[in-house]
Design a binder for this molecule. Structure first.
Ligand SMILES: [Zn+2]
Length: 309
C-alpha cells in the first residue's frame, strides 16, 4: 500500500517537475493533458465538454470545424471555397518572411486563410456563418479573411439567411499593412449590406477579440454574445494601464465586465449557443420555429427587422 502510494506521489512530482521546466509547445501538443484549475485535466474530458473545462468552465479555442459542429443543428453544415487574393504583395520580411509564415500556417491548419464560411441550420433556420482558426496566425485579418466575410455577407443576402460571425483574433495582420487595415471599412460595408437587406446579424465573441476586429465587424451585430472569460477589447490591458497609470480591475476587458458595462448583450456557455441563437433568431424573425423554405420564400418578416433593429 505504502509502496503504491509512493509510486503515485513520485509520478505526480515528475509531472509537476515537467510542468515547472516549461514544456515546449510540441510537448504540450502531444500530451493527453492540459493545465487548468484542477492541475492536469484530460484533453478528452475537455473535448467531450464542447472544449471547455468541466470544472471551471474555461473555454478553450476550437477549430472552425469544431465550432460549426457545435453551432449548427445536429452538427450538419456545408463549407464554401472563398477567394484567396495574391499572397504577400508587399514582400514583407521581419524575423521571418511573411510568405513562410503563411506557408507554415497553411500546413498546420489545412486552411488557405484563417477563416471558413459555412451554411447550416440553427433552430431549423438556415444561416450563413463564419469562424476562424486561432492556429492560423492568431486569427488575424488580411485580404483573404476580408474576402471570406464579403463572401459570407453576400451568400447570406442572396439566400436570405441570417449571418453569424464568430469573432476571434487580435486584429489586423500587420505583415500586410494597409491591405489589412482596409479590411475594416470593407467588412463594415459588407455588414451594412446585410442590414440593408433586413437580415439579422449576430456576433459570437470567442477569446480574444481585439484591435481592428473589435473596431469593425465584431461590434456591428444586432446581438453580441460572448463566451465566458473571453477578452473583449480594443487596446490591450497593459497598454491602457500604462497610459492611465492606474491599476485596472482583475476582470477588466472580460466578457463579464463588458456585459456589465453594456458593451455586449449576453455571456453564454458554448454548449448553449446553438439554443440561444435559435431563440434569438425566432424572435428577430418573429416566428416560433421557421423552416428554410419560410425564410427563403417570405422576406416580409425579415424586412420588418430592419425597421425594428
Ligand atoms: Zn478548469
Amino acid at each position: 500500500m505504502v509502496n503504491w502510494l509512493n509510486k503515485v506521489i513520485k509520478a505526480g512530482e515528475r509531472i509537476k517537475a515537467a510542468i515547472r521546466k516549461r514544456a515546449t509547445k510540441e510537448e504540450l501538443a502531444k500530451s493527453d493533458y492540459v493545465s487548468c484549475c484542477k492541475g492536469l485535466v484530460s484533453k478528452k474530458e475537455i473535448a467531450n465538454n464542447f472544449h471547455t473545462c468541466p470544472y471551471c468552465s474555461k473555454h478553450f479555442k476550437v477549430t472552425p470545424s469544431e465550432r460549426f459542429g457545435y453551432l449548427f443543428d445536429s452538427g450538419i453544415y456545408e463549407t464554401f471555397k472563398t477567394p484567396i487574393p495574391k499572397d504577400d504583395p508587399l514582400g514583407f520580411v521581419a524575423v521571418k518572411a511573411y510568405k513562410d509564415q503563411l506557408k507554415s500556417a497553411r500546413k498546420k491548419t489545412g486552411l488557405d486563410c484563417s477563416m471558413v464560411v459555412a451554411s447550416g441550420e440553427i433552430n431549423k433556420i438556415k444561416c450563413t456563418a463564419v469562424a476562424s482558426d486561432w492556429e492560423f496566425l492568431g486569427s488575424s485579418i488580411e485580404a483573404a479573411e476580408g474576402e471570406s466575410i464579403l463572401f459570407a455577407a453576400f451568400h447570406a443576402i442572396e439566400n436570405r439567411q441570417p449571418l453569424i460571425i464568430v469573432a476571434q483574433g487580435g486584429g489586423m495582420r500587420m505583415q500586410a499593412s494597409m491591405i489589412s487595415l482596409s479590411q475594416m471599412p470593407r467588412t463594415t460595408l459588407a455588414i451594412n449590406e446585410v442590414k440593408a437587406a433586413g437580415l439579422p446579424y449576430i456576433v459570437i465573441m470567442s477569446d480574444p477579440v481585439a484591435g481592428g476586429i473589435t473596431a469593425s465587424y465584431a461590434m456591428l451585430g444586432d446581438i453580441h454574445i460572448a463566451e465566458p472569460g473571453a477578452t473583449v477589447a480594443f487596446a490591450g490591458k497593459r497598454v491602457i494601464s500604462g497610459t492611465v497609470k492606474e491599476e485596472l480591475p482583475a476582470d477588466f476587458q472580460t466578457s463579464e465586465a463588458v456585459l456589465k458595462a453594456g458593451f455586449i448583450d449576453r455571456v453564454c456557455h458554448r454548449k448553449d449557443i446553438n439554443e440561444e441563437i435559435g431563440k434569438l433568431l425566432s424572435i428577430l424573425l418573429k416566428k416560433n420555429s421557421i423552416s428554410t423554405e419560410d425564410i427563403n420564400e417570405t422576406s416580409e418578416d425579415t424586412q420588418q427587422i430592419s425597421k425594428t433593429a
